[in-house]
Design a protein around this ligand. Structure first.
Ligand SMILES: Cc1ncc(COP(=O)(O)O)c(C=O)c1O
Length: 457
């Protein structure tokens, strides 16, 4: 059999998550309050349960995965490591392309890898309901499922453009027992203010986060849950890379380049961090590419700043590459990549030049997604298509250079609930979009007065 598909046995499953913060040569700047002073755990307590705050602030290298969490993850994990052999043939490339198929989970993406532990730790802390935001709907549906399995209520504020484009995601959330509202909504003061200013706003993840946090701090026994960006989310996602390492070792392979799309950074982090640890230990040739849309280019054109995670500035200030928290990206179809900031852990690696970032256009992504569907069969999520587009760029480069290369990409989710984007592409209705420089500068100017992160020394 030329196709390669590698699983792991139960006794080979990772039993601990990898915390990359333990291995940084220079520590990340801490999150701060509006006064520029470092945040204390108590300041986060109205929003998150203390057991997750401890993980958020931890610098312990390995953190045990609770047995109850492993039992639930075992439902679909390990995700298969597969080789995109037919794609390689179509590209006539000497490169080998491997992918972790995270579309294998019940909601169809990597998101339940953190939804399950977040629901578990909240339940353990005595919380009854979680409130969250969702972009494309992958995160909202993952948390809806996790809450149902673990026994919590769930409220999801879904970015309006995705709510309209992806009605089936809403039905999935409802099927798993969650309440799903279009954001901005009239449920919160933030939502009402934004609707009054612009009744036709497509919404943004930054707005939806503000609504979910406002709901949380005004409700009893409720906490907020975030599907990306934060340290503990990236931590939970490292199960992807830890599995991938074992799976590649089983077939005697190791990547030259690791690729993931990046919205808030969690699936990229999850696959990459366990391999970045090898690079930090001396494997200097190993490359990492985080891929973002040209319409929302925080890593390639944004600034490393302290910025808020949401529009209403309800979150602490995080040290990250950002376009400014009030930035509302154009409604491209990769809803999960329409976020203004990048995870502090991923931002730190970029600043340290341990990883690269690349921006791609929407049409190149859909061309890549179609080639993938024609060769590998699976229809990728539009977010995932960004990683595929860059994997194809790297495979073509290997061909031009006549070099063998092993590419590993995170196939972060399937696109079966994203078919309206495919429909628009097939009908020739989609356009490329590059963020105009003056819009970028205007958005960055709006955060100019916030405290500044220290320079790297
Ligand atoms: C399939 C898929 N991939 C990637 C992302 C981007 O999120 P992150 O960068 O946190 O992995 C999303 C977010 O909704 C998604 O649904």
């Amino acid at each position: 059999m030329q196709n390669i598909k590698v699983f792991l046995n139960e006794d080979e499953m990772p039993r601990q998550w990898y915390n990359i913060a333990a291995d940084f040569a220079r520590p990340m700047p801490p999150p701060v309050g509006p006064d520029g002073k470092p945040l204390t755990p108590e300041m986060l307590a109205p929003v998150f349960p203390m057991n997750l705050i401890e993980q958020e602030m931890s610098t312990q290298r390995w953190i045990d995965i609770p047995d109850e969490v492993l039992q639930l993850l075992w439902q679909w994990r390990p995700s298969p490591l597969m080789r995109a052999y037919r794609l390689e043939q179509a590209l006539k490339t000497p490169a080998k392309i491997y992918y972790k198929n995270e579309g294998y989970s019940p909601p169809g993406s990597h998101k339940p890898n953190t939804a399950i532990p977040q629901a578990y730790y909240n339940k353990k802390f005595g919380i009854k309901r979680l409130a969250t935001e969702t972009g494309a709907g992958q995160w909202g549906s993952a948390l809806a499922m996790a809450c149902k399995m673990i026994g919590l209520e769930c409220t999801v504020y879904m970015v309006r453009i995705s709510f309209d484009q992806k009605p089936f995601r809403k039905i999935m959330m409802q099927t798993w027992g969650a309440e799903c509202l279009p954001s901005p909504s009239d449920r919160t003061a933030t939502g009402r203010r934004i609707l009054a200013e612009d009744p036709n706003t497509p919404g943004s993840l930054g707005i939806a986060i503000s609504e979910a946090i406002e709901d949380t701090v005004h409700s009893k026994n409720t906490r907020y849950s975030l599907g990306s960006v934060l340290n503990h989310v990236c931590l939970h996602q490292t199960i992807i890379g830890l599995e991938a390492k074992k799976q590649m070792a089983k077939i005697g392979a190791y990547p030259d380049v690791v690729i993931g799309c990046a919205g808030g950074g969690s699936n990229f982090a999850g696959l990459a961090f366990p391999f970045v640890s090898d690079k930090m230990a001396g494997r200097n040739q190993l490359r990492f590419i985080a891929v973002e849309p040209a319409a929302c280019p925080k890593m390639t054109r944004g600034k490393f700043v302290y910025d808020s995670g949401d529009v209403a500035m309800m979150t602490p200030l995080l040290p990250m590459y950002s376009l400014g928290h009030a930035f509302v990206p154009k409604p491209i179809h990769a809803g999960g990549l329409r976020y203004h900031g990048m995870a502090p852990l991923v931002s730190h690696l970029l600043r340290e030049k341990l990883i690269e970032a690349r921006a791609v256009q929407q049409l190149e992504c859909y061309r890549a997604a179609l080639l993938w569907a024609h060769t590998e069969g699976y229809i990728p999520a539009p977010e995932t298509a960004h990683a595929i587009a860059v994997a194809i760029q790297e495979a073509n480069r290997a061909k031009e250079e006549g070099k063998e290369r092993t590419i590993l990409l995170n196939w972060s989710g399937h696109g079966l609930m994203d078919l309206s984007g495919y429909d628009a592409y097939l009908q020739g209705k989609l356009r490329d979009y590059v963020l105009p420089e003056q819009d970028l500068q205007a958005s960055l100017a709006s955060i100019a007065d916030l405290p500044k992160p220290p320079a790297l020394v």
